[in-house]
Design a protein. Sequence first.
Length: 252
Amino acid sequence: MTKRPLKRLVREGAFDDREFQEDSKIRRLPTARGWSPHGPDERDQGYLKTVKAKSEGQEALMAAMDAKALVLALGPAGTGKTYLAIAKAVEALEAGRVGRIVLSRPAVEAGESIGFLPGEVEDKLAPYLRPLYDALSDRLSMKRVRSLMAEGAIEIAPVGFMRGRTLNNAFVVIDEAQNCTYMQLKMLLTRLGWSSTMVVTGDPAQSDLLPELSGLKPVAERLETLPTVAVVRLTDRDIVRHPLVAEMLTVL
């Protein structure tokens, strides 16, 4: 401990300054601190934070994910669609309500081709799936994420690898669904198995496909008539990013 922190502790009364006489050879470490982990202001040091809705739209989305097996979350960027879905998936996995988390996303560039990517299949797909890793690492430590992925409890896969599968006892999140065609979404929705929940997120106004190719809007309009399916439409008032994001989206 350097002199400056020691002097600060003396000023704050952590211990007696008589312990710092010039002829003193041994200095006792402070025993009385301003805060103790066993004191009255106990703090939750857990990494898994409690997620709370910050708007009425987010509250409706979280309630729908608790009540329905299939939820479609549509809304502009920054409304927390992906984050809330992954937070609910982690919560269900940690509580033992599901046996695994399956995250899927179309491998589509945002209006720009990045060309050939070297490496194995996982290396090629990593840039497209990075937003899902970011959301997972915010809910769990990266060490735990890697451990769960090694065990098969968390799986991240592109849309093209989902055909022919049946996802039982899983929490499935389909992200950036506005970049899926109608037939792709039909294929993904029919992967839903027993004891599973599926959440489809996307913004129909920000599709990287041609307007007539994106299937999210027509799929949502057709499924909205089913009482067993929840379609939650978020608006600019639900944006929780920088306030400028909501202002820009109203004029762009």
